[in-house]
Ligand binder design. Structure first.
Ligand code: ING
Length: 311
């Protein structure tokens, strides 16, 4: 018997713009209680789980913008999540807007928290890859202003020993960048937790829209397989403030196989038993980095030398 843990990916349906934290936290605690009933080890929630995906709007009022952020973690409104983790003996991961103060300078990050069974904060991660724009785009039905509202994460891609294995976190757009996965992989990660809010329509490239679900699965399956790790992708799905968002919450094995996925667009628990030892048969063979990787070859990026000479 390996190191089997039961993971509950807690997909959330839409969160209205004006929704207060209380009702959302109540939805999250209800999903945690359902997870406890199936003896889950860990519950994973989406990116920016506590609020609507506010980067879709141009928000000029700082007071309104700060309403979407948490000044401390835990804070008074998120403490019930930590208390539920302790009461239910559940690990917990969720995304939130982080308000940080470094030497008197206010900083805003798109972050995710990792909480242990005893209800204490194990650590947090700050999203590095911020898609979209800094300035509102004329004519777009919805904006994507993460570069306007957040700073890029300054913590790298940390991992922690937790829940019997090595755990790391990515947030949404991070999952599209193989380097992010590989930094976790080089640290021996066995479980990558990824919350996301992915619009089904990308006004910058509408020709990509039919492939949103395919590309989401592509990057999750490739990231898991190429780094010999389990991966959990958790959506904020459904039509949120009129914007259709991808659901398709997934649990992916180190083989790259999808072992569980959501069937609805709303609040849904997607559960799988995950044997962390299944990572070993890949880490000790095809993805034995010490035996097979060639870092010295990766830094040579030669300029294209122009037209190929005629034969
Ligand atoms: N959302 C989207 C994501 O990377 C996006 C943004 C969608 C970028 C489609 C490019 C194409 O899944 C977030 N929040 O990063």
């Amino acid at each position: 018997m390996g190191r089997v843990i039961t993971i509950a990916a807690a997909q959330l349906g839409p969160v209205p713009r004006a929704e207060q934290r209380g009702p959302v936290v109540a939805r999250m605690v209800a999903l945690m209680e359902r997870a406890a009933r199936v003896r889950a080890t860990l519950v994973v929630f989406p990116e920016l789980a506590l609020t609507s995906f506010f980067p879709r709007w141009a928000i000029d009022d700082d007071a309104e913008l700060d309403n979407f952020f948490e000044a401390s973690m835990p804070g008074p409104e998120t403490q019930p999540l930590f208390a539920a983790a302790r009461r239910l003996g559940l690990g917990l991961c969720f995304g939130y807007g982080e308000l940080a103060n470094r030497a008197g300078r206010l900083q805003r990050f798109n972050s995710s928290a990792l909480v242990g069974h005893e209800g204490g904060l194990i650590g947090h991660y700050r999203k590095v890859h911020l898609p979209g724009d800094r300035e509102p785009q004329p004519g777009f039905e919805y904006q994507h202003l993460e570069k306007r509202y957040f700073e890029s994460g300054d913590m790298g891609f940390p991992v922690w020993r937790a829940f019997g294995g090595v755990v790391g976190m990515l947030i949404c757009n991070d999952r599209r960048w193989p380097e992010a996965w590989r930094v976790l992989g080089l640290q021996g990660v066995e479980l990558v937790l990824v919350g996301y809010n992915t619009p089904l329509r990308n006004p910058e490239a509408p020709e990509h829209d039919p492939l949103v679900r395919f590309q989401h699965r592509l990057v999750m399956q490739a990231g898991a397989y190429q780094n010999a790790t389990w991966a959990v992708a958790v959506a904020k799905g459904g039509v949120e403030e009129g914007q259709p968002m991808l659901a398709d919450t997934l649990i992916v094995a180190p083989s790259g196989e999808i072992v569980a996925y959501s069937k609805t667009q709303g609040d849904e628990l997607v559960v799988a038993e995950c044997d962390l030892d299944r990572t070993q048969s890949y880490k000790t063979t095809i993805f034995d980095f010490a035996a097979h990787r060639k870092p010295q070859a990766y830094s040579r990026i030669t300029e294209c030398t122009g037209a190929v000479p005629p034969p």
